[in-house]
Design a protein around this ligand. Structure first.
Ligand code: XMP
Length: 326
């Protein structure tokens, strides 16, 4: 029978046998899969593991700092922090097509990954947080050339931090490949990962770049970061964080509407609130959150976020909508 402890024991033994005294590289995203993997590998092989966190500049406010601090100071697992935001911003400059945007971010991730792994290496192994659903799905799916990730039905090309760069010569280590998501959470918890990571809402690989509809610019990122922070703060405060699959803000920077503030006319961008419930992200329903919560979020965003004068609510389920807007 499967128990968390027996799984960890067995996985640690296998990893040690496979790796010996060689070195392993892991791309950390801050999500539950790559974080659990980092804990497991660190337990097994200690400083033969190198964790690399590539900041593409599309993370939420305070997130890169928080992640690095958690790993260094609380978990005592070293992380190589790579700030590549200039490179990613340059890649998406002028790009408005969602697929093109995703592809460019995916390619740039591979470029940065390649050069940084050379700089920090050499490495013998690449660790990936592949889960069982990815393994069983792989039978009749395609590999997305942009991201190296298996995609089932190509509605959006997915980009995952840790997605295998197709032409890198590493041997793969995938200790989580027999686990479902809920089992990963249990393993992560048993290894000491805090709830903050284990119960975190999903966040897409391309990050805020796919929540700015149209061209991504530093100014737009700043607006969205500020709005997103308010959504997160208020959803947390209301106690509904764990009831929601995701709750986030989307910026429509090509639309402006008229408003009034004090006795001044305003002409600024709308923020869309996207809040959904879901079991697995494949289907989703818009969340019936309390009006009070909507009211607080709306008031705070319009008052506190410069450049925004209107907040609207997305009430589309998936299907026919998708959770993200791009
Ligand atoms: P959609 O928008 O397709 O999203 O309904 C379904 C779930 O997947 C997340 N998502 C991503 N996750 N890389 C990821 O790791 C991606 O490129 C990506 N795109 C969407 C989305 O946040 C939702 O939870």
């Amino acid at each position: 029978t499967w128990t968390t402890d027996s799984f960890i024991e067995e996985a640690v033994r296998e990893v040690r046998a496979q790796v010996g005294d060689r070195r392993v590289l892991l791309a950390l995203s801050g999500g539950v899969d790559s974080s659990t993997l980092a804990f497991l590998l660190h337990k097994a092989i200690g400083d033969q593991l190198t964790c690399m966190f590539i900041d593409q500049g599309f993370m939420r406010k305070g997130e890169p700092e928080r992640l690095v601090k958690l790993f260094l100071e609380q978990f005592h697992i070293p992380v190589e922090y790579i700030n590549a935001s200039d490179r990613f911003i340059a890649q998406v400059k002028g790009i408005t097509d969602p697929e093109e945007k995703r592809k460019r971010i995916g390619y740039e991730f591979i470029n940065v990954f390649e050069s940084e792994s050379k700089r920090l290496g050499p490495f013998d192994f690449l660790a990936q947080g592949t889960l069982y659903p990815d393994v069983i799905e792989s039978a009749d799916t395609n590999i997305d050339p942009a991201t190296g990730k298996r995609v089932a039905v190509k509605i959006k090309s997915h980009h995952n931090v840790g997605g295998l760069p197709p032409n890198l010569r590493f041997t793969l280590i995938e200790p989580l490949r027999m686990l479902f998501k809920d089992e990963v959470r249990k393993v992560g918890t048993a290894l000491g990962l805090p709830e903050e990571i284990v119960k975190r809402q999903p966040f897409p690989g391309p990050g805020l770049a796919i929540r700015i509809i149209g061209e991504v610019t530093p100014d737009r990122l700043e607006i969205l970061r500020n709005a997103d922070l308010i959504v997160r703060q208020e959803v947390n405060r209301s106690g509904s964080y764990h009831d929601l699959w995701q709750a986030f803000a989307v910026l429509l920077p090509t639309i402006r509407s008229v408003g009034v503030m004090g006795d001044q006319r305003t002409y600024a961008y709308p923020i869309v609130l996207r809040m959904v419930t879901s079991e697995d992200g494949m289907t989703a329903d818009w969340a019936r959150v309390p009006y009070d919560l909507l009211e607080t979020i709306s008031t705070r965003i319009v008052n506190e976020v410069k450049g925004v004068n209107r907040v609207v609510l997305d009430i589309t389920s998936k299907p026919p909508g998708t959770i993200e807007w791009e």
